[in-house]
Design a protein around this ligand. Structure first.
Ligand code: 1HE
Length: 265
């Protein structure tokens, strides 16, 4: 795969490129603060549907001063109730597709990460924030409600009570607070987010495909299930993963002192 290959067929609001076995998807509508219109959401779907086979991880970031201003509010004004349900269900479909997809996604957040922008980031597997990042759910003050899976995903990150406060009062959290609350996993200086996101994606890409798949698909299901079922699923997954040839060869590499140690970085 040539370096910096582009991925086509996307709307103008998205741009994608390939760097080795990493694909980088950019929200590219800075003039509208990367507000997510239908074309963009369908474009995200297309991106993941057409991801080249060799891609092992994805980095998602935003162009301009903000990650995303959330739902494109111009599109809400013309919807009937039933159209609004379908619209929200489409976000669920697309975000679920990559959350439970083939490869992990690292979000790089800066500036506004609000409303549907936060819902999008919450569907990603690892989140890096630049110091400029701030988080809000202005749906409450706009007289609407989250529709991109936020009610399901965001309480799992910060708890129902914090999300309630954000929606009821329009409270915003800054980047440092977001790190403490698990809205992000990493905090870096402004301008350093993409490099950090790529570095993490490259590290993820070196894991075995099966382990990454288990982490994305099995771990959250275990967390959602009862204890006894969870333990059983874990044992089965552990047995399947360690029986894999690649795992056996990596274990031998460690035991024969050829593999890196898990030292503090
Ligand atoms: C938009 C949007 C948008 C900007 N939909 N057009 N989201 C919100 O309630 C957040 C709304 N946006 C903002 O509060 C601000 O735009 C920001 C704080 C993010 C950035 O402020 P600023 O001063 O840099 O930009 P701006 O001047 O407000 O916006 C620049 C342009 O982007 C302007 O258009 P223009 O044609 O006048 O230049 C804005 O109208 C446009 N723009 N944000 C449409 N969101 C699945 S349900 C999810 C529900 C939600 O996401 S609700 C939360 C929606």
């Amino acid at each position: 795969m040539p370096k910096d290959q582009t991925i086509g067929g996307l709307p103008d609001s998205l741009a994608a490129r390939v760097e080795g076995d990493i694909a980088i998807l950019r929200l590219a509508r800075p003039e509208k603060r990367n507000a997510l219109n239908d074309a963009t959401v369908y474009g995200i779907d297309t991106f993941f549907n057409t991801l080249p086979e060799n891609i092992r991880a994805v980095v998602l970031h935003g162009e301009g001063d903000h990650f995303s201003a959330g739902l494109d509010l111009t599109e809400l004004t013309i919807r009937s109730t039933v159209e609004a349900v379908h619209h929200s269900r489409n976000w669920h479909r697309v975000f679920d597709k990559f959350e439970f997809g083939r490869v992990p996604v690292v979000a790089v957040m800066h500036g506004a990460v609000v409303g549907g922008g936060l819902e999008l980031a919450a569907a990603c597997h690892v989140r890096v924030a630049e110091r400029s990042a701030y988080y809000a759910l202005p749906e409450g003050t706009r007289g609407i409600y989250v529709g991109g899976g936020g009610s399901v995903r965001i309480p799992r990150l910060i708890g129902v009570s914090r999300m309630m406060d954000m929606m009821l009062t329009g409270r915003t959290y800054g980047a440092e607070e977001g790190l403490a609350m698990s809205l992000s996993h990493y905090l870096v200086d402004d301008g350093a987010g993409l490099a950090k996101g790529i570095e993490l994606a490259q590290r993820i890409a070196r894991n075995t495909e099966l382990t990454n798949y288990a982490i994305m698909h099995v771990l959250p299901r275990i967390a959602d299930s009862d204890r006894a079922g969870g333990y059983m699923m874990e044992s089965l997954m552990a047995a399947i993963a360690s029986g894999n040839d690649e795992a056996q060869s990596r274990l031998r590499d460690f035991l024969e002192k050829r593999a890196p140690k898990a030292l503090r970085q």
